[in-house]
Write a protein that binds this ligand. Sequence first.
Ligand code: NAD
Length: 266
Amino acid sequence: MTGTVPKVAPRTVVVTGSTSGIGLGIARAFAAEGAHVITNGFGPSDAIEATRRELDTLGSGTVLYHGADMTKPAEIDDLIGTAVRSFGTVDVLVNNAGIQHVAKIEEFPPEKWDQLIAILLSSAFHTMRHTIPLMKKSGKGRIINVASAHGLVASPFKSAYVAAKHGIMGLTKTAALELAEFGITVNAICPGYVMTPLVEKQIPDQAREKGISEAEVKDQIMLRLQATKEFVAIEEVAATAIYLASDAARSVTGTHISIDGGWTAQ
Ligand code: NAD
């Protein structure tokens, strides 16, 4: 072989809520591609460090962990600041952190409402307001919001989640329009049911709420509208994030990609 291979600096990727589930899958995929990755989220510190080390060995980039609580704007500020101090900028921002709470509206605890809106919606505003100036400066960037089929359609007993996910769809479109001429794309991914700890935790709650068995929650509620009758794999969501961050997706902005086994086709 002749010639020189151009040296491309690794991209810096921030993935909120990446100690588990979909976020971990996305962080893993970017780490394997050779990106510098900042992971984030909660969990036992030894497990978080073991995961960070495992991800760090996957590619040529460095994987760090930051424990910012997505309900706390000052900690979100420090998360993005840490990415800049460590790697110079943020090239890809993945807003993924999430929790769920299932209850009738009249029984929904107001503090749970506030917590869900803060984690699922307001945290993305805070990560974006810090990251956008960095991306504008470098003339490129990718913002990927992990929304949900619940960003497009509703289900009963999930008022805060559905409201926040519909909200992030609006934030995605607005940011895409503001940033379209700066080489920055903003998109949402809308998964159907993916078997992660977030979903596992809902099963007993839904069973109690509806007075049915946990197996019936899976078959009659979760997979009822998922036409494939199968849970979506974490790797499918991660591969979509990798695509949205690629050059091939440079004209894809202000939209969403559904990975929901046909749920929202109905
Ligand atoms: P998960 O419970 O496996 O992971 C959630 C992550 O968010 C964890 O790392 C957790 O520590 C982190 N987190 C929670 N509260 C946080 C906080 N205050 N600050 C920082 N991090 C926090 O859940 P998941 O299923 O992987 O969900 C990830 C995202 O995907 C969420 O936004 C969720 O709404 C969305 N989603 C999930 C499904 C599904 O079926 N699992 C479907 C559609 C969309």
